[in-house]
Design a protein around this ligand. Sequence first.
Ligand code: NAD
Length: 369
Amino acid sequence: MSFELIEKHGEHEEVLFCHNKDVGLKAIIAIHNTALGPALGGTRMWNYKSETEALVDVLRLSKGMSYKAAAAGLNLGGGKAVIIGDNKTQKTEALFRAFGQYVNSLNGRYITAEDVGTSVKDMEYIYNETPWVTGIPPDLGGSGDPSPYTAHGVFQGMKACANEKFGSDALKGLRVAIQGLGNVGYHLCEFLYKEGAQLIVSDIDPIKIKKAVDTFGAKAVSPEEISSVECDIFAPCALGAGVNDQTLNKFKCKIIAGGANNVLAEDRHGMALKELGILYAPDYVINAGGLMNVFVELEGYSKERAHSHTLKIYQNLKQVFDIAKKENIPNHKAADHLAESRMATIGRLKQKHTGVAQRVFGSLKVENR
Ligand code: NAD
């Protein structure tokens, strides 16, 4: 059954089942592709209903990371890990340290980080067992909260979209509707406010709405209304699947560009946006700022280098738009082509596996300890 699923979900290089009865660890690490470098991707802790569900999730997420890193121009491959368990009641130091030993056994082929259900503290536990972990605390040489960098990348991506659609990078005076005022959405508001954009905001949490209204003079609308407000840019920064059968015909925006992952409920919705004349910034291209930030951690962290990495998102999106026009395909397909061609061409030049990467990343990281 597992082999069938692995085969169905793409050509993963390695899938490791991790089990430690004493501490209650049941985890799966999936390495999708290391053609460009070591596979980096966070560890998700979730109460999966079944092992099959956990396996499908880790296979899907690790493949997504390969594409994200490749399109971002990073020398990283794609990987991900899932720990099966309740992240509110079943977390222990021993569990994460046992998991860290499995990460260590891969000798740098897989590098982990935070994801849904895991925190900086959990990464610190893992760091006791292996150097192959990012998102550790700043006082240990880590990069801290990635969301300001994700938001900055989204902001740069919006400029590329505005240039493409309106012929100018300027966001001043544009109406931007932001769905979700969490870590990414709030920082995005800050950048847009400074630029002089008009903000329309929504969240399910009234406290977050009040803060955005008071701080940025934003107009608040209900979560039901946000996808149908008249605006220039709709920025999904909450959960995935914001573009779906229900919202598709309600949009009154010209651009969709935000921080959320998996914005398209289904692949066909990307084609539908193209037909509606709405410019879509593919999610994994525009929200790669957080990944860029942890990548810099591997080299020895610097805020300045992380910032300059996120500026590249402008050009990455422009490249996607050019491919889409040339091949007459929707933007999300163009992003896949960009990622796949980089994995194929650069990957071919490099030795597969982590020969080079380990020297670059490994020595720095180990010395940091
Ligand atoms: P978060 O949990 O801090 O924020 C999400 C916000 O959305 C919360 O304030 C929540 O109340 C709000 N929300 C939930 N449902 C909503 C709805 N129906 N309408 C309006 N608001 C709603 O999460 P985050 O870290 O800001 O991440 C936001 C999105 O960006 C996620 O999809 C995440 O996967 C993606 N992302 C985040 C990062 C990062 O650096 N944090 C990096 C890449 C991608």
